[in-house]
Design a protein. Structure first.
Length: 187
């Protein structure tokens, strides 16, 4: 049995769930989430915990067992606490603005502004504090979706390896490269 797949998932009291094969629906204070499992996989509840059981010991089912358990864990955390990703915009004149609840408009040094439409399950917030870089905080119940949207926003203007300007994750560490050195070489 899979080491990860056999571990139970703790279910907080505020999370409600319903199992209608092959769909598991979770409802919590942060929102709702639907997880679809392959045929034969079942969800069992015991003592406030959920367990994923696989239909057989075939290689394909063993491979999915741990994956479904991890997806279930992320779904439970998502509906109870939510997931958050923070991006920083570094650079003079680089700006972001929330035009509508689902549209971010960026000024990133290009000849035009970039409008980015957020997916329906993502909430964005632009935080501007004096003396700090402009930050964009993304929140959702879906861990994969938050990471994907953050990566798409970062790809609009990745951090420059020489000056460090661009969009980066808040916890990202950049190693800046040295530029050209003047005065060295032949005279």
């Amino acid at each position: 049995m899979s080491r990860i797949g056999k571990r139970p998932v703790a279910l907080p009291r505020e999370v409600k769930w319903s199992w209608e094969p092959p769909r598991l629906k979770l409802q919590g204070p942060k929102g709702s989430y639907t997880l679809e499992l392959a045929d034969g996989f079942t969800i069992q509840a015991e003592d406030g915990q959920l367990r994923v059981t696989r239909p057989s010991d075939e290689k394909h089912h063993k491979a999915l067992h741990g994956t479904y358990r991890a997806l279930l864990q992320n779904a439970v955390i998502g509906v109870s606490q939510g997931f958050q990703k923070t991006l920083e915009i570094v650079g003079i004149g680089y700006k972001a603005e929330l035009k509508a609840p689902d549209v971010l408009v960026f000024t990133l040094g290009y000849s035009h502004d970039i409008a980015f439409v957020l997916p329906p399950n993502i909430k964005a917030q632009v935080v501007a504090e004096r003396g700090q870089n402009l930050r964009i905080v993304l929140e959702s119940v879906d861990k994969q979706l938050v990471g994907q949207v953050a990566a798409m926003l970062r790809s609009l203007r990745p951090p420059d390896p020489y000056k460090g300007k661009g969009i980066r994750y808040a916890d990202e560490v950049l190693r800046l490269r040295a530029g050209k050195v003047k005065g060295k070489g032949k005279k």
